[in-house]
Design a protein around this ligand. Structure first.
Ligand code: NCD
Length: 321
């Protein structure tokens, strides 16, 4: 999405991207992952300063952005909100505008609010990258998921893909569904109980399935999702399926037996953090069918591509046209 006031590009969601732009980002990520681009871009962002500002916990995403910056020669300034002026009552927007006054080159922000990133955009003149906003979008995760799928399965248009679990509260799912609206896989199935996947969940071309065994039949990719407890009211967690991890696992957990219902060469994904024994068994998570650690590995390349598309003149032209 381009900020019309400043003509600066941002990466705040998959929804605002044109199909071609998403494809261009994926192609650049693939080049980097296959090694071709690494030497060429080693110092592409030397002297650039990137601020990361995470208002929600993160292990993978934050380190992945930081390592991506290092691999391109950039430096990062990692602000920890619990040790910043936010503790003294400053608003998030004031924090951001104050940091921006020091003229860093790019901001990476994660926040629990669904609108905060959009509000920030209006005040920014440096590029902004969304590292996950509430249950809205997690676009860099989707780029790395697409990269992982393309490297291990090839042409996405031929694949049947199932997303399983807490779809309603998942920004990972939402961004991925936006991507499939643009890139079109053969079939996208959403599997979960009504509490985590309402009947009217989305207008995209998806199949909603409550019975996991039926939903997994013949799929090529299974993407498991964590129950987003931090986004579900306490009261809703008390009753029914969510109260007991064993009950949940029985209906919506991925066990080796269930995995056999999918295609024989089906691969399993999960954005992490995984909850073993809740949505996925250890046997599956640690099996050769699991791409979980590959996703983390490729995430650095996807995030390098995002930085390059916003800060490197040649890549800006290549990706945004
Ligand atoms: C996801 C997130 O933060 O949205 N994790 C991640 O970025 N790797 C998924 C989750 O928290 O369940």
């Amino acid at each position: 999405m381009i900020n019309s006031a400043t003509a600066v590009h941002n990466f705040i969601g998959i929804a605002p991207l044109q199909t071609e732009q998403l494809r261009n980002l994926l192609t650049l990520s693939q080049e980097l992952a296959k090694g071709g681009g690494n030497a060429a871009y080693k110092n592409a962002l030397a002297n650039k300063a990137i601020v990361t500002l995470f208002y929600e916990p993160s292990t993978r995403t934050r380190s992945s952005f930081t390592l991506a910056a290092y691999r391109l020669g950039a430096r990062t300034l990692d602000i920890a909100p619990d040790n910043s002026s936010l503790e003294k009552g400053e608003t998030i927007l004031d924090t951001l505008v104050s940091l921006q006054a020091m003229n860093p080159d790019l901001f990476v922000v994660r926040h629990s609010g669904n609108d905060v990133i959009k509000q920030m955009l209006a005040r920014m003149h440096s590029p902004l990258v969304n590292a996950g906003d509430g249950s809205n979008e997690h676009p860099s995760q989707t780029l790395l998921d697409l990269l992982t799928i393309s490297l291990h399965k090839g042409d996405i248009s031929k694949l049947k893909i199932a997303l399983v679990g807490d779809i309603a509260h998942s920004r990972v799912a939402r961004s991925f569904i936006h991507a499939m609206d643009k890139l079109r896989c053969a079939e996208l199935r959403l599997i979960g109980p009504e509490a985590l996947l309402p009947d009217n969940f989305c207008e995209s071309d998806v199949i909603i399935e409550r019975d996991m065994d039926k939903g997994l039949a013949g799929v090529d990719i299974i993407m498991m999702l964590r129950i987003q407890k931090e986004r579900i009211e306490e009261a809703k967690q008390q009753g029914g399926l969510l109260a007991n991890p064993d009950d949940y696992f029985k209906l919506y957990g991925l066990s080796p037996k269930r995995l056999q219902l999918a295609n024989p060469d089906a691969l399993v994904m999960h954005p992490g953090p995984i909850n073993r024994g809740v949505e996925i068994s250890s046997e599956v998570a640690d099996s050769p069918s699991s791409l979980i650690l590959k996703q983390i590995e490729y995430g650095v390349f996807a995030r390098m591509a995002i930085f390059l598309s916003l800060l490197d003149d040649e890549c800006i032209k290549r990706v945004w046209g």
